[in-house]
Design a protein around this ligand. Sequence first.
Ligand code: HGY
Ligand code: MN
Ligand code: MN
Length: 422
Amino acid sequence: MKTAHSTQTHVPMINAARLSTRLHAMAQIGATGNGGVNRQALTAEDTSGRRLLLEWAAGRGYTSAVDPIGNLYIRRPGIRPELSPVMTGSHLDSQPTGGNYDGVFGVLAGLEVLETLDDFGVATERPLELVVWMNEEGSRFSPPTMGSAVAAGAIPLDRALATLDRNGVNVGEALAMQMAELPPLAARPLDARGYAYIEAHIEQGPILEDENCDIGIVSGIQGLHAYQVEVRGAEAHAGTTPLRHRKDALVAAMSLIARIRSEIADPLDVLRFTVGKFEVAPGASSTVPGKVTFLIDLRHPDPEHLAQTGAKILRLCSGQVENCGVSAKVLLQSTPVQFDEKVVAVVREATARRQLKSMRMISGATHDAKYMAGHTPTAMIFVPCEKGISHNEAEHARDEDLAAGAQILCDAMLAVMSVEKN
Ligand code: HGY
Ligand code: MN
Ligand code: MN
């Protein structure tokens, strides 16, 4: 066994065919039949995906552990087990109409790196860890990046475990059900700190493709606020109740959202304001809606602008609107994150060595790397995806781009071991 970055005489090359085969195998789990997947956090499909990954890892003799919020840690041993690990990872859970690469690529590229080092007989001084974050998408249980937020102490564990899905099932129950279905896993405390963390992901936007770049050298992530807004009116008979007596929560919610959009409009089109989940109760055609609950997803790279816009929204979502009561709950407020410039430089140098065309960029999408950056030197690697389409079953990335991204991840994880921490 050669030791990485000391006696290493050749550079390990990832196995592109194996990576492609794994991606296709994972895409069968939760396949919707329309080209994408529905593998939401802690569902049977998510459990099947995790089981398959754990089988692949066990086949290589890697050890696997789980922390109290359900993050999985797959470890390839190092010569010096007491050293903190070089880490990579991403997520296997998807949006309801998710693509075959969002999150999955980062997990399987990470596994590919571990296996490539085995194939090339490379022993590293530091252990390597592949993390599968629980509930990155936040589509079944809000907010997104729940697992990495809890591991970083940004969300209290008990609050996360008590989070309900739309059927009234909480995270703790769903997690216990998943754990009962998986092979026994060692218990890992809530501690995701490492020597360095590098996450590979599809860009989920059009920039790399437009600029004809192979690799995105991601230097940070824009900020994200998530709010839950509740509009409370009064249920009434659709046929007999005149307008003057109505407290129509749907009408109030629509006019509130229109008001918010006009108050925060951004002529530069940098601000991202989305209402992606909108529930009307009781949801009967002959009853005036008594209650509407909707989720706001707000993003911007500038912390000041994000904070001011968020405060404006919270002001608008309080008091009375069209005869209905309105209140808002903050689910998540994560400020923009700058990654560690030493690790960003490692990714840039690895890309240059491979003579790939790259560009430095900020991530518009959020990722678990955001929380890792708070306690571990972190950077990300992006690969292009077709027309930037994501959170859509048409999401697609080319095998050669995915292989290039996995190779840069391999090179960077080896190179980062030689970087002295600040
Ligand atoms: O919402 C996001 O940015 C991530 O893709 N879950
Ligand atoms: Mn993702
Ligand atoms: Mn996503």
